[in-house]
Design a protein around this ligand. Structure first.
Ligand code: 6PG
Length: 248
């Protein structure tokens, strides 16, 4: 029997603006909690359009000590950091520039590098250096922000690809495919070992993908976002009613 159960806490808002507000408040709270617990916090950001308003709102949130926060990325496209498609560019414009965070605490993924495999290894080394290991010996990022694509991808783990199978690395190079440029991405273990994963999705176009993630049965190669089901820490879904197929 196939059943539907949301793995984690579901926060359903009425529209995109409310999702942005909820996301910002909850990220701020999680950052404060991590700092209280460990003296500092680490956060990995996704790109895409959905989190931009939340990032801008988070930049205005008071009581977040950005001198104690290290910022990483979940994934990055093989473009210059000034390119309109750069995840770094958008996080900088919407969030980081408004926080006064020191440049040495901002760890962008250099996906424009000529040797992407070497860039992936270097970024993994950076994560291992900056983030404490959990009980399984894997660096536990305090907060990971994910989006979900209409095709069921998350991070740069795409349906039909094999990057989702990687279990022995934290960062991987994703080859270009069709019109899609090459990428760097965190792998499933890097995401699964996060202390708190926030998944943000807005709009009816995301509903079929979310249904596939929440279904008790399904294939990670078809719907890589199902990896969230294996997360060791907390998972919070920040969606609007349209994405969740919930009555208005
Ligand atoms: C990226 C992302 C990606 C994103 C989803 C959702 O670089 O593209 O990190 O995984 O979160 O594609 O994107 P939207 O928010 O634009 O729908």
């Amino acid at each position: 029997m196939t059943t539907k159960a949301v793995p984690g806490q579901l926060v359903a808002s009425s529209d995109a603006a409310e999702v942005a507000e909820e996301t910002a408040l909850r990220l701020a709270r999680a950052l404060r909690t991590a700092i209280t617990r460990g003296g500092r916090a680490t956060i990995a950001l996704s790109g895409g359009n959905t989190p931009r308003d939340a990032y801008a709102r988070l930049a205005r949130e008071s009581g977040v000590d950005w001198t104690k926060i290290d910022v990483f990325w979940v994934d990055e496209r093989a473009v210059a950091p000034t390119d309109d498609r750069s995840n770094y560019r958008w996080a900088k414009a919407t969030l980081l520039d408004g926080t006064g965070i020191a440049p040495e605490r901002v760890h962008r993924m250099p996906a424009e590098a000529r040797d992407l495999e070497a860039a992936a290894r270097d970024y993994e080394a950076l994560i291992r250096k900056r983030i404490a290991l959990d009980g399984d010996g894997v660096p536990a990022i305090d907060i990971v922000v994910l989006g979900v694509g209409e095709d069921g991808h998350t991070a740069s783990l795409f349906p039909g690809g094999t990057t989702i199978d990687i279990v022995d690395r934290l960062v991987a190079a994703v080859p270009a495919q069709g019109a899609r440029e090459a990428r760097l991405t965190l792998t499933a273990p890097a995401i699964e070992h996060a202390r708190h994963v926030f998944v943000v999705a807005v709009g009816a176009s995301k509903r079929p993908a979310l249904e596939r993630v929440w279904s008790s049965q399904g294939d990670m190669h078809e719907t890589p976002a199902r990896l969230v089901r294996g997360c060791r820490g907390a998972v919070t879904w920040l969606i609007d009613k349209a994405a969740g197929g919930l009555a208005g």
